[in-house]
Design a protein around this ligand. Structure first.
Ligand code: PLP
Length: 395
């Protein structure tokens, strides 16, 4: 009795569901400590102390009816103001509370913006490899996700193909940096070129093309790498941010959209996004956690924990002969599978109690994603398995 669209979406979710079931099965057989689950992007680093303190202080100090009540669909005015001030300080932007809309994580924000923008058959371009849920988020509004194939040399966006795939129906371009699943940070050079292409295409077709920057990993960047703030490079940029990874709060569902004044049709965009937030059933972002994050805008998780994992995993895999780009951000490593069939390789990994996700799930076959947001010891214990896997299987 379920809808045709949902039948398809349920079918497409089966790889991750199967992985989850497999993890439980292996844990029952061998003990959870002997199963090396690198399949999920669930932070293993604790939220900063400031979060706990903020929760307690807010509960003790604020009027509870106001704290837990409904508010404007865009969120608490003071919280939005604090976010705008923090962004202005960090990126020399000029936002105010009017440019910020509090959302139910990045996922909520992306759904709000696609609901706001898309007519049926409108196209959203994205670059492979990409977070698989993008397909669902675009399909939710009958949009078409157009995928630009990966440039596996460095996993920067393939701009030649991008140019060819932009059409008069292109409503938005969705980018994610630091990237899930590659950990690559899009360089300033890439962003400047991408912005120039978009401007030229807008002119050629007489259309508006929005650049949607999905940035849940902005704060997880290593070796002092710069993560360009995209509103400064392209006027029709909308930023989707989330505290799921930056403060290790994925279950609390809190994030925001930035819709700058310079974005085409700003007034209608912000009004519509407010209403979209309501009518999609979010109504508003969780009220307590809006207040909490406002007090934690300078707080950080312990990045060094992820960095140690990154160094251990990357150096070991490369020494065994694996090919991969050293990730500069997020907590994922995207490795070329020693055999061409990535799904089969991930099944072979399972036989060593290692759970990793095939690149096919990110529109990039021949690779696999290893989420290293796990205990250091889990990586140490899994390394012999990774070594055996490449020795036993070669292209
Ligand atoms: N975008 C990307 C690239 C992600 O990796 C994720 C979650 O893993 C999300 C969006 C959704 O994040 P949130 O928990 O903020 O909804």
């Amino acid at each position: 009795m379920i809808s045709n669209t949902m039948q398809q979406q349920v079918k497409n979710s089966s790889i991750i569901r199967a992985m989850f079931e497999e993890g439980k099965r292996l844990a029952a057989l061998y003990g959870a400590e002997n199963v090396y689950d690198f399949s999920l992007g669930n932070p293993n680093v604790e939220p900063p102390e400031e979060v706990k303190k903020a929760i307690i202080d807010i509960i003790n100090e604020e009027n509870s009816t106001a704290l837990h009540g409904y508010m404007n669909n865009s969120g608490f005015e003071d919280v939005r103001g604090a976010i705008a001030d923090s962004l202005n300080q960090r990126f020399a932007t000029e936002f105010s509370a009017d440019n910020i809309l509090m959302t139910v994580g990045a996922a909520g924000g992306l759904n709000v913006i696609f609901k706001t923008l898309l007519n049926p058959e409108d196209e959203v371009l994205t670059f492979a490899p990409f977070f698989g849920e993008y397909r669902n988020y675009v399909q939710n509004y009958q949009g078409q996700l157009i995928v630009v194939s990966p440039d596996t040399r460095d996993f920067q966006p393939n701009l030649e193909e991008f140019k060819e795939k932009i059409s008069p129906r292109t409503k938005a371009v969705l980018v994610n940096s630091p990237n899930n699943p590659t950990g690559v940070v899009y360089s300033e050079e890439t962003i400047v070129s991408l912005a120039n292409i978009l401007r030229a295409k807008q002119k050629e077709y007489g259309t508006v093309i929005y650049l949607v920057a999905d940035e849940p990993y902005r704060e997880l960047a290593y070796d002092q790498v710069e993560v360009p703030y995209l509103t400064k490079y392209y006027e029709n940029t909308i930023v989707g941010y989330s505290f799921s990874k930056s403060l290790s709060l994925p279950g609390e569902r809190i994030g925001y959209l930035v819709i700058p004044q310079e974005a085409a049709d700003y007034e209608n965009l912000i009004a519509a996004a407010n209403i979209a937030n309501r009518i999609l059933g979010f109504v508003n972002a969780p009220s307590l956690f809006q207040k909490v994050i406002a007090k934690c805008l300078s707080a950080q998780v312990d990045l060094e924990t992820y960095n140690r994992n990154r160094e251990l995993l990357y150096n070991a895999l490369v020494s065994y002969g694996y090919q991969c780009i050293k990730p500069e951000g997020a907590f994922y490593l995207f490795v070329k599978t020693p055999i061409e069939n990535d799904v089969e390789f991930c099944n072979l990994a399972k036989s060593k109690n290692i759970l990793i996700v095939p690149g096919t799930s990110f529109a990039c076959p021949g690779y696999a994603r290893i989420a290293y947001c796990v205990a250091y010891e889990t990586i140490e214990k899994a390394l012999p398995g990774f070594k055996a896997l490449i020795l036993e299987n070669q292209r």
